[in-house]
Write a protein that binds this ligand. Structure first.
Ligand SMILES: Nc1ncnc2c1ncn2[C@@H]1O[C@H](COP(=O)(O)OP(=O)(O)OP(=O)(O)O)[C@@H](O)[C@H]1O
Ligand SMILES: [Mg+2]
Length: 387
């Protein structure tokens, strides 16, 4: 079913939407793309809101680049429609779509200067030379490369080259900015810095952006919404908090963030309408869990519980009282100390090991492997996922 979309016959609605949000929407309806035997994108529906920063997140080969390339017009879908700012652009060539892409490999023209690279799209659009000079200077200043017009791309570091590519993309003020893993070639420090800079720039300019990554942290930090993809389809679309705290299935839970996915037995529905109670091996009391996705499981049914390591609490004899919840006693089997946080694995029962993230481990005693420890599952943190 195709949801109503704005058309070019409604310029006022479009203008006001673009005006209030400073951006243009992208709509994908029933998009499919097959390469020989491989179905890269399968019946995909997606609405990118005007001005939004939306990330396509998923493992290698799930169809992220193919989706992006269809929005840009580098690939034509076998089926389905793509609407940009309410207009069907499915059969339009890339240069008629008003999108700009930033690639992982920068893709700068090596024989042109930085200024000529950034000004390229403006020259194609036959803008006046003095206007081009002003706009190029503005774009370079926005990416922290003011005055570098005369440099050759080869003289620049990877991070600087990517800044030039970013300037080249924003200088034409496209309707949509497309990013295909633009930070993957950079080291961690630079990647963390550029995440924030890109996000800041996108906010400032209000350009609708579709960002592709397989890095969950990048997605969580940068996005207004995240579409988690698997095998050419969207498994879940939602705000970062929603994806993180209420994943609809174990694939999304496992892909985004660290997780304990443990199996228990449903002891009943309730007490709240969206809850059920689950007995875990080695636990004296059942755990209350919020049911995600389908309705509550039947009593006696096997249930997968999601317990995030940082939501669990490790309690030793000298620790302050733990929050209300269900306590499980066990023995530490492993401690991985990363300085600001330690991951402690506690064996509660033969079939139940829990990873607990302990912040600031230096300031508290963590039992060594073999030592006794209790894990508290605080009320409200458990999620029951469809098995
Ligand atoms: N030009 C092509 N010819 C044949 N198969 C292709 C082509 N492009 C993509 N595919 C296949 O389509 C599927 C999706 O590829 P795509 O490049 O969109 O994945 P991706 O999510 O971007 O992965 P990555 O994270 O590795 O970049 C893969 O199975 C891939 O092998
Ligand atoms: Mg890709």
């Amino acid at each position: 079913m195709i949801a109503p979309t704005r058309t070019s016959a409604e310029p006022s609605a479009r203008a006001s939407e673009a005006g209030t949000s400073g951006g243009f929407g992208v709509v994908l309806r029933g998009i499919r793309k097959q390469f020989r035997a491989a179905v890269a994108v399968d019946d995909l529906d997606l609405d990118v809101r005007p001005g939004e920063f939306l990330t396509l997140l998923g493992p290698s080969g799930c169809g992220k680049t193919t989706t992006l390339n269809m929005i840009a017009g580098f690939l034509t879908p076998d089926r389905g429609r793509i609407l940009l700012d309410g207009q069907d652009v499915s059969r339009q060539p890339p240069d008629r779509r008003d999108t700009a892409m930033v690639f992982q490999q920068y893709a700068l023209f090596p024989h042109l200067t930085v200024g000529q690279n950034v000004g390229y799209g403006l020259r194609m659009r036959r803008r006046r030379p003095e206007e081009i000079r002003t706009l190029v200077a503005d774009a370079l200043q926005r990416v922290g490369l003011a005055g570098r017009e005369g440099d050759a791309p080869g003289q620049l570091s990877g991070g600087q080259q990517q800044r030039v590519a970013l300037a080249r993309a924003i200088v034409v003020r496209p309707k949509v900015l497309l990013f295909d893993e633009p930070l993957s070639n950079l080291d961690l420090k630079l990647r963390e810095q550029l995440r924030l800079e890109i996000k800041h720039l996108q906010r400032e300019l209000g350009i609708t952006s579709v960002f592709v990554t397989h890095d969950q942290t990048e997605a969580l930090v940068m996005s207004d919404r995240i579409a988690v993809m698997r095998a050419g389809r969207i498994e879940q679309l939602g705000a970062p908090e929603q994806i993180y705290h209420d994943p609809v299935n174990s694939f999304v839970a496992g892909f985004v963030g660290q997780s304990n996915l443990v199996t228990g037995t449903c002891t009943g529905a309730g007490p709240e309408p969206t809850e059920c109670t689950v007995r875990l091996p080695g636990a004296a009391h059942p755990v209350r869990a919020r049911v995600v996705g389908a309705g509550p499981p039947e009593p006696g049914a096997s249930v997968q519980l999601l317990l995030r390591p940082e939501a669990l609490r490790l309690v030793g004899p000298t620790d302050p009282p733990a929050p209300a919840g269900v306590t499980l006693d066990g023995r530490v089997t492993e401690v991985v100390n990363e300085g600001s946080v330690a991951t402690v694995v506690v064996r509660v029962a033969e079939s139940l090991r829990l990873r607990v993230a302990v912040p600031d481990p230096a300031s508290r005693g963590i039992p060594a492997p073999g030592g006794e420890a209790s894990v508290v599952i605080p009320s409200g943190i458990a999620r029951a996922l469809p098995s």
